[in-house]
Ligand binder design. Structure first.
Ligand code: ADP
Length: 480
């Protein structure tokens, strides 16, 4: 099935009304990959029209019917894994192994929501009157606007699209223009699976006017957004006028607290991989490393050794751990943060420069930075790039105070072999996701959501499904 890099509206691949096209750049080579249709607000309103019309019938289908379509879409992704993973590497730069893994998780997630849609149970509530019966049912909300970021080109949209579709909602999706190829493939998966026209509409388009259209049109009942805290605030401002509901997965600045009762070398080695997954461009990426003062030198030396061994290059090269950053803008912002830390007299122990064997592409040799304090730009900002800053702490209380000293509240990690410490640290951290002795504290079946400036609502798990359903109390009185 061909997308010809167009918009998908009301069951057809179409050019944007403006006929506008933009270039898609390969971040590893800086070459133009292809041209893509680039829509605007007019296309958004057409997509909303289609989704509103399709909602009338899609919302009346059974979750069993919807599940069959979702499962076929998941299988399409598995059957086309080689091609779709290849295209994800081209547009995002991430290593092929990571791209294959991401598509596999996306397929599993769609399948999981196919089944979870069947379990949108309501409840019957006993009342205090003999002549009355009360129950709560869940119903699909309506048209959902889904805006997603480029860092997980298939996982981000798949997570929201699958939950909304399984719930019986229809979708107007606006993924990032940096990674449209994955969005086309994901759309094709649902088309091939037999999704009726209008149920899913895809816009690769000018973000701000599309966001405004979603806010402005009262047929869009919710906007599900994955991206920066900056844009999340713009949507919150808009929604305060229009009453549009929001689910927001925003930025993070995850602390990693490493106590002095662990195997330091093994954790340093694992940290060197976990920190640089997807080049650090991950909202739950372990970012601020707080190391107990007794093991600070040992950890810092070990992690520097392992980070220096990471292989940087094209995502297609065997054994590459770290690809390019997504755009020149993102590359510049990470280099700028590093320049600021130099001005703070921090010490760059390894990396932080263009790799000598690569003269093109938005690369940075992974960096370890020490000699930092809590006021450093690396403590106070989301880095979204390949820098691992190390800080030290004295005791549990000090660690918690430093870890919580951020406006973000998405993920946090701690490593200890002491049960008492593990419980106290997990209860004391002001974050929505806590990993104890693990780096991947998330999963299809688990609720994913942030505290503080990191967002509102949840994705994944049954919570992710309920985000797209309204609760309705039905009270029947006058019974004899
Ligand atoms: P990132 O820095 O990760 O790209 P952004 O928040 O800039 O995060 O982008 C996430 C998504 O939000 C992308 O699809 C982008 O096009 C979209 N976006 C950017 N600005 C706006 C806006 N003003 N309104 C709605 N969506 C926006």
């Amino acid at each position: 099935m061909q997308s010809a890099n167009k918009q998908y509206i009301n069951g057809e691949w179409v050019e944007a009304l403006s006929r506008n096209r933009i270039d898609l750049i390969n971040p590893a080579t800086e070459e133009v990959l292809t041209s893509i249709s680039f829509g605007d607000q007019k296309d958004a309103y057409l997509a909303i029209d289609a989704a509103a019309e399709a909602f009338k019938t899609w919302s009346k289908t059974t979750p069993y019917y919807r599940a069959e379509i979702l499962k076929k879409a998941a299988n399409y992704l598995r059957e086309n894994l080689d091609k779709i993973a290849h295209d994800m590497v081209l547009e995002s730069g991430k290593p092929l192994l990571e791209a294959r893994g991401e598509w596999t998780v996306a397929a599993n997630l769609i399948e999981w929501y196919a089944e979870e849609g069947k379990r949108a149970y309501g409840k019957v509530i006993p009342t205090n009157r003999i002549d009355k019966r009360s129950s709560v049912i869940l119903q699909p909300m309506g048209v959902i606007g889904i805006i997603t970021a480029w860092n997980f080109p298939s996982y981000n949209p798949a997570r929201a699209w699958a939950a909304a579709l399984a719930a019986g909602c229809t979708v107007v999706a606006k993924p990032s223009e940096n990674t449209p190829l994955s969005a086309y493939h994901l759309t094709n998966a649902f088309i091939t699976a037999g999704l009726p026209a209008g149920v899913l509409n895809l816009l690769i388009a000018d973000a701000a006017p599309v966001g405004e259209a979603m806010l402005d049109d009262s047929r869009v009942k919710k906007i599900s957004f994955t991206g920066s805290t900056r844009v999340g605030k713009i949507l919150m401002d808009g929604a305060s006028h229009t009453h549009t509901k929001l689910s927001l997965e925003l930025g993070g600045n995850a602390p990693v607290i490493i106590f002095d009762d662990v195997e330091v070398d093994a954790i340093a080695k694992a940290a060197s991989i976990a920190r640089f997954r997807n080049n650090g461009q991950v909202c739950v990426a372990p970012q601020r490393f707080y190391i107990h003062k007794n093991i600070y030198d040992q950890f810092t030396e070990a992690v520097t050794k392992y980070v220096a061994q990471l292989k940087v290059g094209s995502g297609f090269e065997d054994g590459v751990n770290v690809g390019p950053l997504i755009t020149s803008k993102q590359r510049d912002s990470v280099y700028e943060l590093l320049a600021k830390t130099k001005a703070e007299n921090a010490t760059i122990l390894t990396g932080g420069h263009q790799p000598s064997h690569l003269d093109k592409g938005y690369f940075m040799q992974p960096a370890v930075v020490a000699n930092l304090n809590q006021s450093s730009v690396l403590a106070q900002n989301e880095i979204f790039g390949p820098i691992l800053p190390v800080f030290s702490f004295d005791d549990l209380e000090d660690a918690l105070a430093k870890a919580n000293d951020t406006e973000y509240g998405l993920a946090a990690y701690a490593f200890t072999n002491n049960l008492n410490t593990a419980i106290k640290v997990s209860e004391g951290l002001e974050f929505g996701i806590i990993g104890i002795n693990e780096w991947a504290a998330h999963g299809t079946e688990l609720p994913f959501g942030g505290w503080k400036y990191s967002g509102q609502g949840h994705e994944s798990g049954s919570e992710g499904l309920y985000e797209y359903m309204e609760k309705k109390l039905i009270s029947i009185g006058g019974l004899s």
